[in-house]
Design a protein around this ligand. Structure first.
Ligand code: FUL
Length: 541
């Protein structure tokens, strides 16, 4: 078998980032699927010589890819940290743990899937490999895996079970494959100083029974090739994957030993094998928000200045925790250090419990805490990535399952029926009714940059305490400042003001306001705003 695998046709490699090209027909003159650097585009080069005006104009031309739009619409995604740490009580494993400790005797991934579906999640990401290097499927390339445990007679496969259960319950599959790998370090592979050289992926192994004809020739170190072989297994043997999650950690190896990750080759393989997958965090499609509390900035831009680092890794141009990543001032400040402006939207990760892995003595967050996180992530132009760690039995704890259900019910009660849906809409610009038709793909177009008023007549005095705004992000992120006004006793009164909108912005009024007429005023924008949603709600909490 190993021999016949070598006879398979070698697939040619494309550059990873070419596969990120947007292929949307853009109504404002953009071309579809053009060769880079055609514009509008998901990343546009910048230089210190750009004038403030030029750099803002470039930001206004940045557009998301279709993959990024699909990801953004998920709103709330789930994380599952599960592995040897679940059994050793550690948060970062050592790489030399005895695989025998892994004994999830009651594993029921259908229970995970039901809990996540009932909690309203559409995508779940499993830690297929955390920093210890222990993998949750029987990899051909390491002994630090489920195969070396007596659990299920060494035939257990958590990834298979997880992927099958998620798909059966309509949930998309994501994989966390840690670049840091303590076990491979102990085996002299990780950070062994090997040069980058061409590797054939997958590397054939003794008794290989794989039939997928695709092979790739990619540059990598010894460890980089190990990652490629594992990514190949994960992305060819478990069905479609919609998110690949990489952090940038180096593990606990001595500081003079650094593994320079082969990001370009890893991205190339992922684009070829999982074209729909967003590559998150240490990846070009999705950015870490900068904290592990699940909290976005009040004004969270999806168009941000970035630095392209070694081997094509996208990095923040400004400090990752800088409070302002995308305003005009931030763009101008970043000119000296940025290589591009990029559509790089924020993902807010947080655990329902204090740790990422399950620990007996920890409890899940309250519904109030989760709701606050939701308003400060999904309500601020970001996607929430909420971790719910399975316990030693291999089940999500009852308390967490109940909490997910309560959390969903609470969110639904916070924003029940949209009272603006189908309201009489009148605006300058064009297509006012499209902001209240419930269709995220249609929008009211404001008449000019920094201008526009959209007025709604609800037909009767109506109490409102939450407002939801959304831009049609297929046309980029343009809004910089808005005001919402209600007509009270014959005069327009400002009830809320906000900065950026992006894919979704939720505004909470300190107290309910009753009015029949409501209006949205655009007071700052780069290009003319396109508003896909002007929603009004009365919470039932
Ligand atoms: C971090 C890791 O070091 C943590 O253990 C956890 O997996 C978190 C989501 O990402 O970088």
């Amino acid at each position: 078998m190993a021999v016949s695998r070598r006879l398979f046709l070698a697939a040619t490699t494309a550059t990873a980032l070419a596969a990120s090209r947007p292929s949307l027909a853009l109504a404002d003159g953009g071309t579809a699927a053009a060769a880079p650097p055609a514009e509008p585009y998901y990343r546009i080069p910048v230089s210190p010589a750009d004038t403030p005006r030029e750099i803002v104009e470039k930001a206004a031309r940045v557009r998301p890819t279709e993959r990024q739009i699909a990801w953004q619409r998920l709103e709330k995604t789930a994380f599952l940290h599960f592995g040897v740490n679940t059994f050793t009580g550690l948060e970062w494993g050592t790489g030399d743990e005895d695989p025998e400790v892994f004994q999830p005797v009651g594993l029921d991934t259908d229970q995970w899937a039901r809990a996540l579906r009932d909690g309203g999640f559409e995508l779940a990401i499993l830690t297929v490999k955390h920093h210890d290097g222990f993998v949750l499927y029987p990899s051909r390339y390491t002994r630090h895996s489920v195969k070396s445990s007596s659990w299920q007679g060494g035939r257990g496969d958590v990834l298979r079970s997880f992927a099958d259960s998620m798909r059966r319950h309509g949930i998309k599959v994501g994989v966390y494959v840690s670049p840091a790998d303590e076990n491979q370090y102990l085996h002299g592979v990780y950070a062994n100083g090997s040069p980058r050289a061409a590797h054939t992926i997958p590397a054939p192994v003794e008794g290989d029974d794989r039939t997928d004809p695709r092979t790739f020739t990619l540059d990598a170190t010894d460890y980089g090739a190990h990652m490629l072989n594992q990514l190949h297994e994960v992305l060819t043997e478990y069905g479609p994957v919609d998110e690949v999650w990489f952090d940038g950690a180096q593990g606990r190896i001595p500081p003079d030993k650094v593994e320079k990750y082969d990001w370009d080759s890893w991205y190339t393989l992922i684009r070829a094998l999982a074209p729909d997958a967003s590559i998150a965090v240490s990846g070009p499609d999705v950015r870490w928000v900068g904290n592990e509390g699940g909290l976005a900035r009040e004004d969270e831009w999806s168009v941000v200045p970035v630095k392209e680092q070694d081997y094509g890794r996208t990095d923040y141009a400004l400090a990752y925790d800088a409070p302002d990543q995308g305003s005009r001032d931030a763009l101008v400040k970043a000119r000296e250090v940025a290589t591009h402006l990029q559509w790089w939207p924020a993902e807010c990760d947080v655990s329902i419990r204090p740790g990422w892995f399950y620990h007996e003595d920890q409890q899940p967050k309250s519904v109030d805490q989760l709701t606050d996180i939701w308003f400060r992530s999904v309500g601020r132009n970001s996607v929430l990535l909420l971790n719910i760690p399975p316990d030693k039995r291999g089940l999500l704890p009852d308390a967490d399952v109940a909490r997910l259900r309560e959390f969903r019910a609470r969110v639904e009660a916070e924003l029940p029926a949209d009272l603006a849906r189908g309201a009489r809409a009148d605006g300058d610009g064009s297509g006012a009714a499209r902001a209240v038709d419930g269709d995220p793909d249609t929008a009211w177009s404001a008449p000019a940059p920094g201008k526009g008023t959209l007025t709604l007549d609800l037909g009767a005095e109506t109490e409102v305490d939450r407002i939801r705004l959304a831009e049609d992000i297929r046309h980029g992120q343009q809004v910089e400042k808005v005001a919402v006004e209600a007509r009270i006793a014959g005069a327009w009164r400002t009830v809320a003001e906000a900065g950026v909108v992006g894919a979704g912005r939720i505004l909470l009024l300190p107290a309910p306001v009753t009015a029949r007429s409501w209006r949205l005023r655009i007071t700052g924008s780069r290009r003319a705003a396109r508003i896909a949603e002007f929603g009004l709600y009365r919470s039932r909490v």
